[in-house]
Design a protein. Structure first.
Length: 460
């Protein structure tokens, strides 16, 4: 089996896919759902319902707040109880629509059957339905999918890459849908291929998922599409990073600060492909996703892959799955490499939620930091070709100009540098802080330039 990968850096953490054998189970509805208005990249959505309104499952409850934004739909039928700030998983106040759940009565026009529809509608219909159903990228970035599938004039997609790498340890939701919703994912790929004008389409899957590779190949052979291929990828983290998978599949490099479309690439996750299928072929809005409940302090029988509705509190899911294990020292949303610590279990799931990961004290304990020995391992491991030891030094020196000149903004926060450092220096923490500060400086500069241009215009 030919395998390909990205050119520089990367690490090989144990994949710990403890929930890989767990079939997807459907979570029952809770009594209240908390639906965030900021569950996509871009402007938050604007509520179009009022307190006291009756809503149906799948009904639009918020509309896009800008060009880069998305519709939000009700995950259940019931009554709008409040429209108010509610804390997200990091404890930040975000506007939410809070709904008392009374049932699961769907809006008209949604096909809830299992019948597979393989015929593809026109490009405009595909784009309209993807937008109307609030589909966003489910690989982590939650970028509105209709925008990505409609490149700006002058840009052309040479290749659509479906990301089935799922290279983060522990996570198994993509793996399960590749086994359980195989044909739907492939129809979704064909729909996106058509929306992009019929370009080459490659589904990249890491070699540690041979069953998924076999299932996808066999299903593809039974479908009437051409120009779609399944490509096994070498197991190496972060193989699923956008720039890394483009390099592995197309052997093209996305420049510093550039978008994938600049090299003719559009990358979508396999979960997004399933959401596109449901939106276009079933008129079903994005109100569900799959998450993995897993971790190294959970016994095998308590590992799960669940189909959840957006707005379900994390605490509700944790409780349903058997409660927070005693040995959990840290709870993470996402994988152990790039995920974020959950500080508020009352927070609600959003479209992009992928896991509740319980990590033991032993695996999260920070080892004693020592001085940098200039071994260069962090630079060798960096898949973006950065020099993490240098970025840290510049951040400590407060040299913002040099940080920008050394492309700190290109850091994808993959954690490979931290993983490789024998001195246990918290490189990622420092680089994240540096990135935030540089971004702030760039924004302040842009605002000052805009204000100066406006003043000039006024005076002329
Ligand atoms: S976290 Fe950033 S600096 Fe560190 S290895 Fe990843 S891309 Fe490079
Ligand atoms: S890996 Fe750690 S010790 Fe080695 S150069 Fe980088 S920061 Fe220094």
């Amino acid at each position: 089996m030919a395998k390909t990968t990205f050119a520089i850096g990367g690490v090989h953490p144990d994949d710990s896919k403890l929930a890989r054998a767990c079939a997807i189970e459907v979570l029952p509805l809770p009594s209240v759902v908390y639906v965030s208005m900021a569950q996509h990249l871009g402007a938050p959505a604007k509520p179009v319902v009022s307190v006291g309104d009756k809503v149906l499952t799948g009904q639009v409850i918020a509309e896009p707040g800008g060009f880069i934004s998305a519709f939000v739909h009700s995950p259940a039928s019931g009554t709008v109880k409040a429209i108010a700030p509610f804390k997200d998983l990091a404890g930040r106040e975000v506007p939410h629509i809070i709904i008392d759940v009374e049932g699961d009565e769907w809006v008209e026009g949604v096909d809830l059957s299992d019948t597979l529809i393989t015929e593809l509608p026109d490009r405009e219909v595909i784009l309209d339905r993807v937008k109307a159903c609030g589909v966003v990228g489910l690989g982590g970035a939650t970028f509105p999918t209709h925008v990505k599938l409609n490149p700006a004039p002058g840009s052309k997609a040479d290749c659509l890459i479906l990301n089935g790498a799922e290279c983060e340890p522990y996570l198994t939701s993509d793996y399960r849908i590749m086994l359980e919703r195989t044909k739907e994912i492939l129809v979704g790929a064909a729909l996106m291929q058509k929306a992009l004008g019929g370009c080459r389409t490659v589904i990249g899957i890491e070699e540690n998922k041979p069953e998924a590779i076999a299932a996808m190949r066999s299903a593809l052979a039974s479908l009437p599409y051409s120009g779609i291929e399944i490509l096994p990828l070498k197991k190496k983290y972060p193989q699923g990073g956008e720039k890394q998978i483009i390099q592995a599949v197309m052997h093209r490099e996305v420049g510093s600060g550039a978008l994938p479309i600049s090299v003719g690439a559009v990358v979508q996750n396999v979960g997004t492909s399933l959401a596109v299928y449901e939106a276009v072929q079933k008129n079903k809005p994005l109100i569900t996703n799959i998450l993995t409940v897993t971790g190294n302090c959970l016994p095998v029988e308590k590992q799960h892959n669940y189909l959840f509705r957006i707005g379900m509190p994390l605490s509700y899911i944790a409780e349903y799955a058997g409660g927070i294990p005693k040995g959990a020292a840290k709870i993470v949303s996402g994988g152990p490499m790039m995920g974020r610590a959950i500080s508020n279990m009352e927070a609600a799931t959003v479209k992009g939620t992928s896991s509740i990961l319980y990590l033991s004290e032993e695996s999260t304990r920070r080892k004693l930091e020592s001085n940098c020995i200039r071994c260069g391992r962090c630079a060798e491991a960096c898949p973006m070709g950065l020099e993490p030891f240098l970025l840290r030094r510049l951040w400590k020196a407060g040299d913002m100009e040099a940080l920008e000149a050394n492309a700190v903004q290109d850091c994808i926060e993959c954690g490979c540098c931290l993983y490789s450092c024998p001195a246990c220096i918290p490189l990622l923490d420092h680089i994240r802080q540096a990135k935030g500060a540089v971004l702030g400086a760039i924004r302040a500069r842009a605002a000052a330039a805009k204000a100066a241009a406006e003043a000039n215009q006024k005076n002329s």
